[in-house]
Design a protein around this ligand. Structure first.
Ligand code: NAD
Length: 496
């Protein structure tokens, strides 16, 4: 029997029960051989929350076997699209019912503000699950006449099979929904590996998988360390696909493991160093709102964080003043406090990493015009930090920081703006702010990014595809595009 942790919600009399074992075949079980645990920490207080079993490679084998059996018996091609849709809709209802509790758990484990966790992370996840519930019975192929209509070919979109899903800590619930919902809609089965920093909501959601009525083995959850569970999934010979969100360095390892094992399909949603361009015709107040949101949302721990901003020289001083005021207005504090606009960063590792970048920025000669000073006391808090006088070769300009740190540069011409924006190995998001329609068309076409936002930033919709170019990833999530990533097309030719 696996254990259950009773987690107290500070400031209330409430406790949340969370299973702390591995979830395989619709049951919470102990590890087959691992004695290791994952220690969950509240980043706002640095206090322990609970510990969770850290699964081993053998546990991954057991979860994959469960997923394979489900795929070939109760799920896969043996379940109708209508039934998949019904179960996904039921799951969405349950996630919506438990929104407050899931959000509290997310805030405790990840640090993000409760209101954001509930209204955006959980709210958008419910919408995402419903969106793919809508697709589940509409995944159809084509009929193609061949040889002067004497024969016919038709295509079937078969589920790919057993999918390993490896997710990060910055949006634990939302990344779960983005991965689980399209995979289930297509008829795939799943072995989910949440981040070792934030495994709690994936375990709580696993309870809802049972309650919704999914057959055993359709969704399995194995909390584990990346180098153990993640590596085992990526190199597993009986896993048909790995869907990954995380850093570019890990994405590279996963692709290598997939190539060296069974050439499983891989989709990668990786890091970014996304630029925003502010042209002189832009509404500066609005643009500053989007830039502040772009680098501060989720305390900058966002793959599309707009962490480089280039402003046309004629308006740069004025824009910077407006931006600094907007950034100062954000209250960073304990996510359980209703007034908090931004929480702590997720872990000590992340906190130290962000501070090493802030120090590098100072040492390399950038000017820190906001923040850049450590707070005293407990909690992994980093205040909004803005650097100016930047050069392209600086670490803070080139590398993903994943914290609330912004580099602001200048440009004279549109060509220069495009060149600066594209001067990166990444290509996830980009923003441009301009009231010149021709410029919006030209620049959005020239920007090398999977998503370009014009006069807005960082908005995501379940029906709009999301993913990266260059070293920001392979494949697309969301929209009908995600269905292609979980199906394999079979052409059947018939000489009738
Ligand atoms: P990470 O790469 O360290 O970890 C992500 C996941 O991979 C975790 O579950 C981890 O346990 C696992 N992992 C680690 N080593 C592994 C290995 N060798 N084999 C298989 N799995 C392994 O990333 P992180 O620090 O959790 O998340 C931050 C990164 O994620 C940032 O770079 C960010 O840009 C990226 N991210 C991208 C998107 C996107 O959609 N493009 C979204 C969110 C986060």
């Amino acid at each position: 029997m696996a254990t259950i942790a009773q987690i107290a919600v500070p400031g209330s009399t409430k406790t949340i029960s969370v299973p702390t074992g591995l979830f395989i075949n619709n049951q919470f079980v102990p590890s087959l051989d691992s004695k290791e645990t994952i220690e969950c920490i509240n980043p706002a207080t640095e206090e322990p929350i609970c510990s969770v079993v850290a699964g081993s490679a053998k546990d991954i084998d057991a979860a994959v076997a469960a997923a394979r059996t489900a795929f070939t018996t109760t799920w896969g091609k043996n379940v109708s699209g209508f039934e998949r849709s019904r179960l996904l809709n039921k799951l969405a209802d349950l996630v919506e019912r438990d929104a407050q509790e899931l959000a509290e758990l997310e805030t405790l484990n990840n640090g993000k503000p409760l209101k954001i966790a509930r209204d955006f992370d959980v709210g958008d996840s419910v919408a995402c699950i419903r969106y793919y519930a809508g697709w589940a019975d509409k995944i159809v192929g084509q009929s193609i006449d061949i040889d002067n209509k004497t024969k016919v070919a038709f295509t079937k979109h078969d589920p790919i099979g057993v999918c390993g899903q490896i997710i990060p800590w910055n949006y634990p619930i939302m990344m779960w929904a983005w991965k689980v919902a399209p995979a289930l809609a297509c008829g795939c089965t799943i072995v989910m590996k949440p981040s070792e920093f934030t495994p709690l909501t994936a375990l709580k959601l696993s309870e809802l998988i049972v309650e919704a009525g999914f057959p055993p083995g359709v969704v399995n959850t194995v909390p584990s360390f990346g180098s153990v569970g993640g590596a085992a999934l990526s190199s597993h010979l009986d896993v048909d696909k790995v869907a990954f969100t995380g850093s570019t360095a890990t994405g590279r390892r996963i692709m290598e493991a997939a190539a060296k094992s069974n050439l499983k399909k891989v989709t990668l949603e990786l890091g970014g160093k996304s630029p925003q361009l502010i042209f002189e015709s832009a509404d500066l107040d609005q643009a500053a709102n989007w830039v502040a949101l772009g680098f501060l949302y989720n305390t900058g721990q966002d793959c599309t964080a707009g962490s480089r901003v280039y402003v046309q020289e004629s308006i740069s001083d004025k824009f910077l003043q407006i931006l600094i005021e907007k950034a100062k207005a954000l209250t960073i504090g304990n996510g359980l406090d209703e007034k908090t606009g931004g929480g702590p960063v997720v872990s000590k590792v992340q906190y130290d990493k962000i501070w090493s970048y802030i120090e590098a920025g100072k040492q390399e000669g950038a000017t820190c015009v906001l923040g850049g000073e450590k707070r005293s006391g407990k909690g992994y808090f980093v205040d909004a930090t803005i650097f100016t006088d930047i050069r392209p070769e600086m670490k803070i300009v080139r590398e993903e920081i994943f914290g609330p740190v912004l580099s602001v540069g200048k440009f004279k011409t549109e060509e220069e703006a495009i060149q600066l924006a594209n001067n990166t190995t990444y290509g996830l998001g980009a923003g441009l702010h301009s009231n010149d329609a021709g410029q919006c068309m030209r620049v959005s076409s020239a920007l090398e990014a999977g998503t370009v936002w014009i006069n807005q930033y960082n908005l995501l919709y379940n029906n709009v595809p999301f993913g990266g170019k260059k070293q920001s990833g392979i494949g697309r999530e969301l929209g009908s595009y995600a269905l292609d990533e979980y199906t394999s097309v079979k052409a059947i030719q018939w000489n009738y």
